[in-house]
Design a protein around this ligand. Structure first.
Ligand SMILES: NC(=O)C1=CN([C@@H]2O[C@H](COP(=O)(O)OP(=O)(O)OC[C@H]3O[C@@H](n4cnc5c(N)ncnc54)[C@H](O)[C@@H]3O)[C@@H](O)[C@H]2O)[C@@H](O)CC1
Ligand SMILES: [K+]
Length: 548
């Protein structure tokens, strides 16, 4: 499922109207109709707040037996009519095309028997183009309208509200009278159905302006907008329903849109991943690759163990865990399936810069090198990592302190020899901020753009972790994950992801596939673990491995 910015959506709209010849009024009609459908569905589910609307058992249109088939008509049962007449919905209408969509919905809702009142934010004369055409139809139909003036409206009695105030044409925080109307709608407690995006949301980033609508449902038109998927926007949009309005679904790809929601279908169709994970009937452990995990130190040995165990559990043929020599006796038997290697001679169980050659030799005999979890920082670590980066010929997964080392290399990174094999970086927002030299809040404000820019500039595959993890590839494509939950914000969960991605690389997936599929599986395993533990908060990193 493609995801677009407001600007891309405008281009796709224009292309559909100007090049394909589908009239703007047709798109608006489809949009408003889609909104009305979702409102009626919500009515059928019942008004959760006031209990005015009860569940309707007969929801289908009237069926009349015909000759050899059924004639279906758009009629509604008496019970449905009765329910709708008792309800009273308010449709808040802004002066742009978002408002125009809302006015189309008004017409369809009225035809379906729902009592509706139109609330114009601005004098109806302010509407232009297609929206003005809708305004005139509403006037001709004698549908009740009011102009918002703060004391002529009490939304507290509303059964529901349609928010058609501001859409993808919004610039900056909602101005008056939009701001007051948004506050009143939120305070009403009525369910709110937003058209395209909740008014006050930055459609490109998911940042919330003050104020911003808190929707129960957002009926997103044509293509998913970034802001509905990224937090905090995702948290204010309620259930997001993407509805077709006549813009050909394939147009986004043809017009060069590169960002998609990561689903099972995306993995299969866009990334070519064998999601069934079938194995060769005559495969042997060599078929499934050998991972080297260089991770863990005296106080953080568990991080290395989790990464190595995850690499095993995801199906790698063999996994070797390299640790500082002094640590080795203490981790023997920690996971009997693992092979162990001592790769740093420091007596204190910490890594040291002298281990670079030794580690490189170990890595060259294996298919993938994962570096970072529980590594710690040590004197000369930048040169140490540079050596591995430049000399190791296989794919590299860098996490945790390996990312901090990269960050401290700063501009010097440009002088590092470009790698032929893939690099996957898996920063959390704090690590990403250090890589970019900007505050964490700035990373979070626009996660998709920061991840994509870094991946393109540095020729790496980048996994920006956190709710709705972003996987950005060197060619500009990006995927936004939907699996997982807040219970996975727990120590070690990131180490597990490192192991999963390394394990998938070892099994022959390319960097984009391994990163995207790894993130997806990691989240899905977290969900399974939450069900097993009966509460997300009780999930610990080891549970994610067991659930893989
Ligand atoms: N052909 C198209 O372009 C289609 C557009 N569609 C709808 O049109 C919307 C985009 O329409 P528009 O581009 O007209 O823009 P909007 O309807 O989002 O709103 C823009 C209007 O609000 C004003 N405005 C902008 N920022 C404001 C702020 N911060 N406070 C107060 N007022 C503000 C602007 O002056 C402008 O008049 C989409 O979200 C979607 O709902 C759909 O009808 C489908 C087809
Ligand atoms: K809206």
């Amino acid at each position: 499922m493609y995801m677009v910015t407001a600007e891309q959506m405008r281009q796709l709209d224009r292309y559909t109207i100007d090049k394909l010849g589908i009239p703007a009024l047709t798109l608006m009609e489809n949009a408003g109709r889609a909104v009305a459908d979702e409102v009626l569905k919500l009515c059928a589910e019942g008004d959760r707040k006031s209990g005015v609307i009860k569940k309707v058992t007969h929801t289908g249109p009237g069926d009349v037996p015909g000759h050899g088939g059924v004639i279906r008509t758009d009629t509604w049962s008496r019970e449905q009519h009765a329910v709708r007449e008792r309800a009273h919905w308010y449709i808040l209408v802004g002066k742009g095309n978002n408002g125009g969509d809302g006015l189309v919905a008004v017409r369809h809702l009225t035809d379906a028997g729902l009592r509706v009142t139109v609330v114009y934010a601005e004098p109806p004369e302010a509407l232009r183009g297609e929206a003005a055409a809708q305004r005139d139809i509403i006037a001709a139909l004698d549908i009740p309208v009011i102009l918002y003036g703060q004391d002529n409206l009490d939304l507290r009695g509303a059964s529901g509200i349609v928010d058609a105030l501001l859409g993808t044409g919004t610039q900056g925080p909602p101005r008056e009278p939009y701001a007051s109307l948004i506050r009143e709608a939120n305070a009403s407690g009525a369910p709110i159905v937003s058209v395209d995006v909740p008014s006050g949301l930055d459609a490109d980033t998911g940042a919330l302006h003050e104020p911003c609508i808190r929707a129960s449902v957002t009926v997103c038109l044509a293509y998913l907008k970034y802001g509905l998927v990224q937090y905090p926007g995702a948290g204010t949009a309620g259930d997001v329903v993407v509805r077709y309005i006549g813009i050909p679904p394939g147009l986004a790809r043809e017009c060069g849109v590169q960002v998609q929601l990561l689903t099972g279908d995306t993995l299969h169709d866009a990334l070519g991943v064998d999601v069934s994970r079938s194995r060769e009937p005559d495969g042997h452990k060599g078929t499934y690759g050998h991972v080297l995990v260089a991770a863990g130190s005296l106080r953080m040995s568990g991080a290395g163990l989790l990464a190595a165990r995850a690499a095993l559990r995801i199906g790698s043929g063999l996994v070797t865990w390299a640790v500082p020599k002094a640590l080795l006796p203490h981790v023997i038997g920690a996971a009997p399936e693992l092979m162990l290697a001592a790769a740093a001679t420091g007596r204190d169980g910490e890594w040291n810069a002298d281990s670079a050659d030794e580690l490189l030799q170990l890595a060259q005999a294996r298919d993938v090198l994962a570096v970072g979890p529980g590594l710690g920082r040590f004197a000369g670590d930048t040169g140490w990592l540079r050596h591995l980066w430049e000399e190791y010929s296989g794919p590299l997964v860098l996490d945790a302190d390996a990312l901090n080392i990269l960050a401290s290399a700063g501009p010097e990174l440009k002088a590092w020899k470009p790698r032929n094999a893939a690099v996957v970086l898996t920063p959390h927002p704090g690590e990403m901020a250090r890589l970019l030299g900007i505050p964490t809040a700035e990373v979070q404000r626009d996660r998709i753009s920061h991840a994509r820019d870094y991946a393109r500039t540095h020729g790496v595959t980048l996994v920006l972790k956190g709710a709705r993890t972003v996987i950005a590839c060197p060619d500009g494509t990006a995927y936004v994950n939907t699996t997982g939950h807040a219970g996975m914000a727990t120590g070690g969960a990131g180490d597990v992801l490192t192991g999963i991605i390394a394990g998938l690389l070892a099994q022959g997936l390319n960097a984009s596939q391994a990163a995207a599929f790894g993130v997806y599986l990691h989240g899905a395993a977290g969900e399974t673990a939450a069900r097993h533990r009966q509460h997300p908060a009780s999930v610990v990193a080891g549970d994610i491995i067991e659930a893989l």
